[in-house]
Ligand binder design. Structure first.
Ligand code: ADP
Ligand code: MG
Length: 696
């Protein structure tokens, strides 16, 4: 038996349990041993029944002196009820909705009970306690592992199966000896045994640390290997053209912030090198990342190299196309746009005008190296685009793309690996950035343009809705424009099977606002299912102030830049993550006037209020990302799918010193043995991980 032995080859597991386990993504012995307990029942804190006086959590051990089942008088809930006796006294335990327990538990058996004691009309009593028959427990076990369960698979059963597997299996060490020694780790075998059959809390901690370390170590190993491989590749060195940069910058209606200048310089310095750049540009919403990317693009195109910029939505791609074309046409740089599959006509900017040419012609111009700058969506990857001389790939809102997509884009070149500039406004908290990005080069724009006022954010209770509408009316009369966001997810861009489907839809809300609430204003709508030309028209009208209120789905979540928009209303705000809400909020506050963000919710619970309140107190994306991490755990940042069931290793990603020592160890190993020839199993596992990783 080894880790890849299929689960149904384990004794006592037949087709029924196989199916049940598969539901928990347990397919082989390795999965089973990595099905970790999410908590431990501490049986050492046993109390005597006679010392129970309060409503509190207790652990007791005693003999069953009676067991029965019945239905409550009120609403007829079924229950099982047992009376337990120890040397000091007696106490009752009740389990609701589990009538079968009366058959499982037998008079005369010894039970361990752990759970909350509540006061009922018959006195103190355990309610729905955890229980275990003690004759089925190994006496030495003081800590009882409790696992994530599924229908028909109890913790007790998992414990039984795992302990039988642990008796038979030989667990080989997975980490190099020096790594174990240097970091004072325990062995893999010891760790797994302690996690499933712990001798003490401190042993569990040590074991968990070892497992977490290994995960982070492997991740770092994989990332560092990729980085080394990249640095050995031949890139496309692009000389810096200071004069042209100055010309561009002097045309801008604003001064670059120091942070923008610094980031641009770091990027240009990287692009000069003969090895390919891999740099992440992180900056809060509205911090001005686009212009930094345009500076890099100008330099590349001046050197007659090609640049491609990919954006996650069509709306954003079109915005970039329009804005960048305006900035670059004085340098006689044409720019093309490639989006969606259906429409055949693509545009090309020529002397400030848009020239419509066919898709085929556009693709040919790119292949021949005639067109230097191409902007687009995911469609860029699917289309048969080939570049003649690609030097720079820019990913806007990079967290929306997977590694494969990025790699595919980078491979559309003729010679040399292009430089890669990824941009994101969704800040990844520091420790996580360190973890998931390894040694990726990072530029941070940590400064907002000077004249910006921070957006006033308000959580609006249902009663205050009218008042908010009146306020908005006044603002629009002053000349401001407003976004209204409806929480219906874009089907084309996000998943379908969400609970969001029956929330306010854009069209309904547009009706409501234009007919009932704001009949005096012009209301437009935007969602992913509209035709490209309709979307384009709506965005143009909004930009030209022909529309006062734009009702939209999350298509405007990222990137959209409308300077005159002063208000954003978010319906069903509880349905969005904090980072996402922050992105929405970033759609306003781009001019020098005061802007507002109103959050409406369809339910009004404490928990929701607490979470949304974080948005009121945190002004920057960084603060919020930390908050999100605190409230939801790192799963959302790392992508749950890659990591299976969330478990303690998730939290380890926040442990900076652990992350750093894992990283150092990974570096050490690679320095001595860059191809991991001496560590074939590590090599295999890092390759597997590389395939799975969705982030950098
Ligand atoms: P993001 O970082 O969110 O992509 P954008 O690049 O869209 O931000 O910039 C937001 C807005 O700020 C744009 O209208 C842009 O023209 C403007 N902007 C960029 N840099 C500055 C600056 N240094 N001062 C004032 N406005 C700026
Ligand atoms: Mg942007």
């Amino acid at each position: 038996m080894n880790f890849s032995t299929p689960i149904d080859k384990v004794s006592n597991i037949g087709p029924v349990y196989k199916k049940r386990l598969e539901k928990m993504k347990v397919k082989n012995v390795g999965d089973l041993l990595f099905h970790f307990p999410f908590r431990y029942e501490d049986l050492s804190r046993k109390t005597l029944i006679s010392s129970i006086f309060h409503e509190e959590k207790y652990v007791v051990c005693g003999e069953v002196i009676s067991i029965s089942s019945g239905k409550t008088a009120y609403r007829h809930f079924s229950y099982s009820k047992a009376k337990i006796k120890d040397s000091s006294g007696e106490i009752e335990a009740v389990w609701f909705n589990q009538p079968y327990l009366a058959k499982t538990i037998k008079k005369g058996e010894t039970l361990l009970l752990s759970g909350n004691v509540k006061r009922s009309k018959d006195g103190l009593c355990f309610t729905n306690p955890f229980f275990e028959k003690t004759d089925s427990l190994k006496k030495k076990n003081k800590l009882l592992p409790i696992y994530p369960e599924t229908k028909g698979v109890s913790s007790k059963w998992i414990r039984f199966i795992i302990s039988s597997v642990l008796e038979k299996i030989e667990i080989k060490e997975t980490l190099p000896g020096e790594t174990i020694r240097k970091n004072g780790l325990c062995s893999f075998s010891w760790a797994l045994r302690e996690i499933h059959s712990p001798s003490s809390f401190s042993a569990v901690k040590k074991a968990q640390k070892r497992i977490s370390f290994e995960r982070i170590f492997l991740l770092q190993l994989s990332l560092l290997k990729q980085k080394m491989a990249l640095s050995l590749q031949k890139g496309v060195p692009v000389p810096i053209d200071i004069e042209k940069i100055q010309e561009l910058v002097s045309q801008l209606p604003y001064k670059l912030t120091d942070a923008q200048k610094k980031a641009a310089w770091q990027i240009l310095k990287d692009m000069e090198k003969s090895s390919p750049m891999n740099r992440l540009l992180e900056g809060d919403v509205g911090s001005g990342k686009t212009i930094v990317a345009v500076i890099a693009s100008l330099v590349a195109t001046r050197g007659k190299y090609q640049v491609v910029l990919m954006a996650p939505t069509e709306v954003l791609a079109r915005q970039h196309f329009d804005e960048i074309a305006k900035l670059l046409w004085r340098f006689k740089i044409d720019i093309g746009l490639l989006t969606g599959k259906k429409d055949k006509i693509r545009s090309k900017k020529l002397k400030g005008d848009t020239l419509e040419i066919s898709k085929e012609k556009l693709i040919k111009k790119i292949r021949d190296g005639e067109l230097l700058f191409l902007v687009g969506t995911h469609a860029l990857i699917e289309e048969k685009v080939r570049f003649k001389n690609l030097a720079l790939v820019i990913l806007d809102e990079q967290h929306r793309f997977g590694v494969e997509q990025r790699a595919k884009l980078c491979l559309k070149k003729s010679s040399g690996i292009p430089h890669l500039l990824s941009m994101t406004a969704t800040p990844i908290p520091r420790t996580l950035a360190l973890t998931v990005y390894g040694d990726l080069s990072l530029s941070v724009i940590d400064e907002m343009p000077k004249e910006r006022k921070s957006v006033i954010t308000k959580l609006v209770s249902p009663k205050k809705r009218k008042e908010a509408y009146e306020f908005i009316r006044k603002e629009i009369k002053k000349g401001r424009q407003a976004f209204f966001i409806c929480p219906r997810i874009e089907e084309s861009e996000e998943k379908n099977d969400s609970p969001w489907a029956n929330l306010k839809s854009v069209e309904e809300e547009k009706e409501n606002l234009s007919q009932k609430i704001f009949p005096e204003f012009r209301v437009g709508s935007l969602h992913g299912k509209m035709k490209s030309s309709e979307k384009e028209k709506t965005m143009k009208d909004f930009k030209r102030k022909k529309i006062d209120i734009l009702v939209s789905t999350s298509v405007v979540e990222v990137g959209v830049d409308i300077r005159n928009a002063g208000i954003i209303v978010i319906e069903g705000a509880e349905m969005f993550g904090l980072a996402q809400l922050h992105q929405f909020r970033g759609r306003v506050g781009r001019g020098d006037f005061q802007s507002y963000c109103f959050l409406f919710t369809s339910s009004w619970g404490e928990k929701i209020k607490n979470r949304l309140n974080a948005l009121l107190s945190s002004k920057t994306g960084f603060q919020l990302a930390e908050k999100d991490l605190e409230l939801r755990g790192p799963g959302d940042f790392l992508g749950k799918r890659q990591w299976g069931n969330p478990d303690f290793t998730m939290n380890a990603f926040r442990d900076r010193s652990l992350v750093e020592s894992a990283k150092d160890s990974a570096k050490n190993i690679l320095q001595k043995d860059p191809n991991l020839t001496k560590h074939p199993s590590l090599r295999k596992r890092t390759e597997l991980l590389k395939e799975k990783l969705h982030l950098e």
